[in-house]
Design a protein around this ligand. Sequence first.
Ligand code: PMP
Length: 379
Amino acid sequence: MIYLDYSATTPVNYDVLESYIRSTRDFSGNPNSIHSLGVKSKALMNSAIKQISDTFNILESEITFTSGATMANNLALIGTSLANMREGNHIIVSKLEHPSIYEICKYLESIGFEISYVNNDEDGLVDFEDLKRKIRPDTILVSICAVNSETGIRQPLKMLRQIIKKENNNTLFHSDMTQALGKVSVNLHDVDLASASAHKIYGPKGIGLLYKNSHVSMTPLLYGSGHVNLLNPGTPPVPLIVAFAKAIRLATTDIDKRENFIRRLNDKIVDDLKKYDGVLINHSKICIPHILNISLMNIKAETFLHALEEHEVYVSTNTACSSGEISTTVMAMYRDAKRASSTLRISLSHLTTTDEINKFLLYFKMVYEKLSFLKKEES
Ligand code: PMP
């Protein structure tokens, strides 16, 4: 098998799984219980939370565990919009967001918020002038993803923060960091709120986190008991938290070394695929190397994906979470509907080997030639 869909999800790291199993087995108490079993679980959980907060140089109380990035995005956008509705009802997002952000925006629009979409250039970089123009006195929130899930476009969050705060110091800045965390270094102090997910960084499925700076007020969306996760109350999933902390620690170690290795693999694929007349590379200088997006100009991406699958090669069309026919990201970059209508995402990991890439390129050639031939026969 050649798995090249690491941006959809990653296999859980063996040591991470071990910590999950050990904490499930040995720490069965509810951390909200005041007896010794509860106290023992709470101590373990608190040390995991401390490890995460130390890694990002934030307060322990600024972390809320969620079921994943979708839930973190919901809490961030809806919770802050409701808390700040007296200050304004205007929200700005980029045209390069994950579908979950657009679904939340649709809901916010239905309850009276106004959404503006900031432009970007062909590289995918958010247009600073357009952002400045769009920020108004009633703009309560700007949400821009750190790394786009389809093409890997990385935004300069620090610079964006400066622009936002200069135009309106009360406007909050949220970033969906799901595709950035653990792949490239991130600074949570560049934003007021951030979302992330464990299953993208070799952690277990079912846990993510919301970072919320302590000065940010938020209306809770969920009500219940428990004193740890105020915005997501109930019994905290201690083994998932412990495993997530471990996954973060492992993913943030050697990040530059891994990135350089992945860049070499990415370059190798680009060098090969750019030779095909019917393949366009949707890649710019601000893309991280972990994600490579291509357009197949004469073959349906879905057909190509399934033909690769016959050789046990796994890639994505758009993102795993997008049911749309057309890639919103590729459309936002090139404004070319044909180019955006048949895209494949190849996503890489430090676990990917050069041998796997060589084999992938061979299978790509076989599939491309076969499907191009069939298409000619048909017409
Ligand atoms: N945001 C981005 C940028 C993503 O790539 C994803 C996962 N595809 C999500 C949010 C949703 O994450 P989760 O599956 O943890 O809900």
